[in-house]
Ligand binder design. Structure first.
Ligand code: GLU
Ligand code: ASP
Length: 497
């Protein structure tokens, strides 16, 4: 977006009114709070809904299928951010994208709230994937538009926003999880829908007053010739896709297994193509090319990190349900509640980390070293959860504190890597592609979950020690490798700190 437009947007936003931050942050904070509430609330019960027996109100799927679907789902949710980011950038602007996205998400949860068949379940998946792709990258990019480039409050603004994400993610499993597990899954999903509805109301009713022009400008609108071409392309692709699906499913060519493989390939292929396009573009300068080279190992580390972090809601959710002692200290624990631990630790530890980095000042680890640390802790979190089986075998129920410890350790890693990752992406991606940085960063998560979909089937209580050991060990090895190359990578970053 031209500097002139950026300036015009910042001037149109009331610059105070939310803890010393622009008023618009209030709107975006609560919109994303409710969106994440609905997403993580749904996610906290979805896996159980899939593999619980029909008599327990579930869909009665095989557990390994349910785990793979969770990963595919998570992958597509972040992959579709590319389309959402592109539509905002070239067609209707970020603000409309957020609104339309919210509506699709709400409809998705409403569809899940209707008791019924597997078909409804897949319809809801499509709605939520498309909706989140529209909403998630764009709501974050509007946060960036509230501040001028040199505004000292910018990073703090993103940290407050990150708190909103995790507050939503924290309370959702407690509310949606409890109602979904103790009463009825569909009632749980309807609470998620209500959450998204509240987010939409919040967004629609305060955006005019608080956001000014932020999110309203289309950064590089399509020319009318391009518009025609793109509509044609979208139209034919949609028809083609529908035909392929309609033909291959009845013929048994497109099975669930082949779909997992396709998503796996896309998960790797899309970021690879992205890098190639950015690298070869004539709009990328040679300094930017060097930075891009530095970004690749960081991106790979991020994939490995998210692969472990995201298994907190798949493999560890199953572990919570089947391997964990749920009557503990006189309390009956719902397995869904474990999903609140990650965001709880994020909320409590984030200020500590912010303080630590300021305190260390120039002595704080470089970006590659922070990534290596993130990966190290992710690996350790898996080695920790291997221990109960090592000490007690895989047949006895495990003290829930083991899980708490594992979630805690992964969050220590998350706070080294996740907040740094987004800002590193902004700094290291070529400026010609800046509109897509948000989606680029989310692709690391999409790739991770695409890989997870391939590997979760190797998990079972009998194989859990090997499973956690191999993945945790691989993360630690990669972390050591990254650490030893960190000065070299830093060199390629050409002055970015
Ligand atoms: N857990 C965070 C969220 O839901 C971060 C996801 C990511 O950066 O991949 O927003
Ligand atoms: N910590 C994750 C994110 O930052 C939330 C979660 O996994 O529940 O939002």
């Amino acid at each position: 977006m031209a500097d002139f437009n950026k300036q015009r947007i910042v001037e149109s936003v009331p610059q105070r009114g939310f803890f010393g931050h622009p008023k618009g942050l209030f709107t975006l904070f609560f919109t994303e709070f409710w969106e994440r509430f609905s997403y993580y609330g749904m996610k906290a019960i979805l896996v159980y809904y899939m593999y619980y027996e029909l008599s327990q109100g579930g869909l009665g799927m095989e557990e390994s299928t349910a785990l793979a679907i969770m990963s595919i789902y998570g992958s597509l949710v972040y992959m579709s951010g590319i389309i959402g980011g592109w539509l905002a950038d070239r067609v209707f602007g970020a603000s409309k994208a957020v609104f339309y996205g919210g509506i699709l998400i709400m409809l998705g949860h409403i569809t899940l709230a209707i008791p019924g068949s597997i078909s409804l379940f897949f319809v809801s998946m499509v709605l939520i994937v498309l909706g989140t792709g529209l909403l998630k990258p764009n709501v974050s990019s509007i946060v960036g538009q509230l501040y001028s480039e040199d505004d000292g409050r910018r990073d703090a603004g993103f940290s407050i926003f990150y708190m909103g994400i995790n507050l939503g993610a924290f309370i959702a499993p407690l509310i949606v999880g409890t109602i979904g597990m103790d009463y009825n899954f569909h009632l749980g999903f309807s609470i998620a829908a209500v959450g998204m509805f509240l987010g939409l109301i919040m967004f629609a009713s305060t955006k005019k007053k608080n956001l000014g022009l932020a999110g309203t400008l289309v950064a590089s609108p399509l020319s009318s010739a391009e518009r025609k071409k793109v509509s044609l392309l979208f139209g034919t692709s949609a028809v083609l896709l529908a035909v392929i699906v309609a033909v291959t499913i009845p013929l048994g060519l497109l099975t669930f297994k082949s779909f997992i493989v396709i998503v796996g390939i896309l998960g790797i292929l899309i970021p690879t193509l992205y890098f190639i396009v950015m690298f070869r573009s004539s709009r990328t300068t040679s300094v930017e090319r060097s930075r891009l080279v530095a970004y690749i190992p960081l991106f790979i580390a991020a994939i490995m990190f998210w692969a472990i972090q995201e298994q907190g809601s798949t493999i560890l959710a199953s572990y919570a349900d089947k391997r964990t002692e749920l009557h503990f200290a006189g309390l009956h624990i719902s397995p869904a509640w474990f999903q609140s631990l990650n965001p709880l630790f994020v909320i409590t530890l984030a200020p500590l980390f912010a303080w630590l980095w300021v305190k260390l000042g120039k002595r704080q680890p470089t970006i590659p070293k922070k990534f290596a640390l993130g990966l190290l802790f992710a690996g350790l979190s898996f080695l920790v959860i291997l221990l109960p089986a090592y000490f007690g075998g895989e047949n006895s129920l495990v003290n829930p504190l083991w899980l708490v410890l594992s979630y805690f350790i992964v969050v220590v890693g998350e706070l080294c890597l996740s907040p740094v990752g987004l800002s590193a992406t902004t700094k290291l991606a070529p400026s010609a592609f800046s509109a897509q940085t948000m989606s680029l960063w989310f692709l690391s998560n999409a790739a991770a979950q695409a890989i997870n979909a391939q590997i979760v089937r190797f998990y079972s209580p009998e194989t859990e020690m090997v499973y956690f050991g191999v993945i945790g060990g691989a993360a630690i090895l990669l972390s050591i490798l990254l650490y030893s190359f960190s000065s070299k990578i830093q060199g390629y970053m050409k002055g970015i700190q």
